[in-house]
Design a protein around this ligand. Structure first.
Ligand code: C5P
Ligand code: C5P
Ligand code: C5P
Ligand code: ZN
Length: 496
């Protein structure tokens, strides 16, 4: 295995074509053109890592284009949020990382002349049409793996750049953070249209693509924690085993502490040392019977932000996205946006404080779910966290819980949390395997929530909804039935 620097791809100059199909270029150009018309407009985005990076990409491109605009963030673009937007004086509203799924709510406002929507999104579109709409799903691309909200915003930025003297390619690295924040990367890294973004970011010198140990926390976690917390790997005697992880490392011929006696981190190791640790880890996994696909997934494609300081949360794309979630999901999108836009002072300090809190919440949430366990219906498993897990992170916790003891990776997981306003938040997570079997959580969340007076949507593999409190049982029955039908239909298709 090579070190970060040795294995970095050579930046290549020249014209990459980031638009995967001409129709997306046309959509991006139409949206860009429309934004030139108004004297001022409103930019609205979603409160997660992808939504923040979407807003950062858009904001940078808009400023360079000399646009006059304000920015606002929303937890969910529901009917109330859209109505509040309609009540403003803006007659043009740009939506990033949401908008498609709420087109049916937006369309009546457009028809009433409240505002013209310009949408750059990657969620499953609702049943309605609009003119300025940039979404990979409209052109046959996968919105859950091939292009994220930030990627759509980046295509818009590139279209804007075509008409100005900047090409906006330096913004591609932020879009990569968004894609990884939405878990669009697999073992081989990003795929589909996302690869064009990676190429642009690499060419701009902002990103390096590195084959490396695929564990979360290479930049900031002390080595024993890096291994101990790698619970997905499930290596007996190392994963979730502090003493075991320390013992494993201590047996290697690599100094584990620095001159001050502090644990070293993965970034502190040189290429040879990394190879030693990685080889030993793989040998240990193999000898303790870890299945080969899980052994293979210990090494994968990772992304390093070349301009950020090594050993910080900003240097690794995945850690960066977690830092952003730690701000926006706690009503501090302003802090995350400032970090994306380059604030390495006060905003970064603030974000790091928020990150400590976010990590504690994730770890306590995960602890609670794995202790309580899940309930099982015919086709889905579920838990209701009530007020124990914040509704804005219950989906992340649900995703992290899959694969833990008693939580199957073979059934979708549905999580509930109280919103505290007479409503219940729902988050659902599936897997690539289940999607190939016919699972579409976006459709299931939308239909089941609407059947009880709520609303929802998202992606086939990950979706969410809001339902009235007290409708959990009816909702769950509807989801269970819908998912059962989807998986049965998937089976039929395979038989054909
Ligand atoms: O709103 P948005 O599109 O940003 O959210 C996508 C969500 O779906 C993220 O929370 C991400 O972690 C989740 N996801 C997932 N598995 C995938 C793709 C996305 O859990 N394969
Ligand atoms: O990419 P995503 O936001 O879905 O990651 C979920 C969360 O899991 C991250 O916020 C990160 O803090 C956490 N995580 C972790 N240890 C891992 C993997 C993820 O703490 N091994
Ligand atoms: O909130 P959570 O992380 O579970 O969201 C998963 C996916 O479902 C995200 O892409 C989110 O935008 C989408 N979602 C939605 N409508 C809701 C809730 C979530 O489209 N009411
Ligand atoms: Zn997104």
């Amino acid at each position: 295995m090579a070190s970060a620097d040795a294995d970095a791809e050579e930046p290549e100059a020249g014209d990459s074509d980031v638009f995967p199909v001409p129709a997306l270029r046309e959509r991006a150009a139409a949206c860009a053109e429309r934004l030139r018309d108004p004297d001022e407009f409103l930019l609205c985005s979603h409160i997660d890592a992808d939504g923040l990076t979407s807003a950062a990409v858009a904001t940078s491109a808009f400023e360079r284009a000399g646009f006059d605009f304000e920015t606002a963030f929303f937890k969910q673009l529901d009917a109330d949020a859209v109505a509040s937007i309609a009540a403003t004086d803006y007659d043009t509203v740009c939506f990033t990382d949401f908008g498609s799924g709420q087109l049916d709510v937006i369309a009546p406002h457009e028809a009433a002349g409240d505002f013209v929507p310009v949408i750059a999104d990657h969620h499953q579109p609702a049943d309605a049409e609009t003119e300025f709409h940039l979404n990979p799903l409209l052109e046959g691309l996968d919105g859950a793996s091939e292009l994220s909200g930030a990627g759509a915003a980046y295509l818009l930025a590139r279209a804007l750049g075509d008409a100005t003297d900047t090409d906006n390619r330096d913004l591609a690295a932020l879009a990569v953070v968004g894609a990884v924040g939405d878990m669009q990367d697999g073992e081989g890294g990003l795929s589909g249209a996302n690869e064009g973004l990676v190429a642009d970011a690499v060419a701009a010198g902002a990103l390096r693509e590195v084959t490396d140990l695929a564990l979360y926390g290479r930049q900031t976690r002390p080595l024993p924690k890096l291994l101990e917390y790698a619970s997905d790997a499930r290596i007996p005697g190392i994963s979730n085993d502090q003493a075991g992880a320390i013992e494993f490392l201590s047996d290697l011929d690599v100094p584990m502490r620095d001159a001050d006696g502090e644990w070293r981190r993965w970034v502190d190791l040189d290429a040879d040392e990394r190879r030693t640790v990685a080889s030993a880890l793989i040998r240990r996994a193999v000898s303790s019977g870890v299945p080969s696909e899980r052994v293979d997934s210990l090494i994968g494609t990772t992304y390093v932000l070349a301009d950020e300081e090594p050993g910080t949360e900003l240097r690794d794309v995945s850690e960066f996205s977690t830092l952003l979630n730690a701000t926006a999901r706690y009503e501090r999108a302003d802090v995350g946006l400032a970090v994306c836009l380059g604030d390495r002072g006060e905003a970064l300090d603030r974000a790091r404080t928020l990150l400590r809190n976010h990590r504690r919440n994730l770890s306590e949430g995960l602890q609670w779910v794995t202790t309580e366990g899940v309930e099982r219906e015919d086709n889905v498993q579920w838990f209701d966290a009530g007020t124990r897990i914040r509704e804005t992170i219950v989906g992340i916790v649900a995703g992290m819980a899959v694969g833990a003891d008693g939580i199957s990776a073979r059934q979708p997981i549905v999580a509930f949390a109280d919103k505290g306003d007479g409503e219940t938040k729902v988050s659902a997570r599936g897997s690539g395997f289940l999607v190939r079997e016919g699972l579409d959580l976006s459709a299931a969340m939308r239909e089941a929530s609407r059947s009880v007076g709520g609303d929802g949507g998202g992606h086939d593999v990950a979706a969410g909804a809001t339902i009235p409190a007290g409708e959990r049982e009816a909702f769950l029955a509807a989801v269970d039935e819908l998912v059962g039908e989807q998986l049965a239909d998937g089976e039929d298709e395979e038989d054909e």
